[in-house]
Design a protein around this ligand. Structure first.
Ligand SMILES: [Zn+2]
Ligand SMILES: [Zn+2]
Ligand SMILES: [Zn+2]
Length: 161
């Protein structure tokens, strides 16, 4: 955690920005909740626990700055809410997402599965790919397992009746 904060600090410095205590509190919240996809409001509520004097506008500006510096990516899963997602260190492209249409959970695929697709796009459209967004919408393994259990249960009841 401290090492990553240090690297983010350097990243800011290289663009002539300082990691002020308020910015640092925001970065810490993002790191502590790396698995989640927090909205500006979510981040604000968590930062407020560490730095009660901070305002939503400051958190929002910090998130926008981190987005500009490519420390975070802004993503929208179709519910109209912008969420902030830390970029994985050393990853050239943004990771993929699996959004469950039943429970709303968001899982991540860290491995870039688009290598072959990128080659086709680059050669057929003479287009240099810098990044991409890939979100799959479907039913997650937890919901599928639950459905299976429910079905077993129902068929048992039917058999017993
Ligand atoms: Zn993500
Ligand atoms: Zn890629
Ligand atoms: Zn689900």
């Amino acid at each position: 955690m401290e090492q990553r904060i240090d690297r983010i600090k350097k990243q800011l410095h290289s663009q002539s920005y300082k990691l002020t205590p308020q910015r640092e509190a925001t970065v810490r919240v993002l790191l502590e909740n790396e698995k989640d996809h927090l909205s500006a409001e979510d981040v604000y509520l968590l930062v407020k626990e560490k730095a009660p004097e901070i305002g939503l506008a400051t958190v929002y500006r910090t998130l926008e700055l981190l987005n500009e510096l490519e420390v975070v990516d802004k993503i929208n899963f179709g519910d109209g809410v912008s969420r902030y997602d830390l970029r994985k260190e050393g990853a050239d492209h943004f990771h993929h997402h699996l959004v469950c249409i039943e429970c709303g959970s968001v899982d991540e695929i860290q491995e870039d599965l688009l290598g072959d697709v990128e080659k086709v796009v680059e050669s057929n459209w003479n287009f240099k790919i810098k990044d991409h967004r890939l979100t799959f919408h479907g039913v997650c393994h937890r919901c599928l397992e639950q459905e299976e259990k429910d079905e077993e249960h129902t068929s048992k009841e039917t058999n017993e009746a």
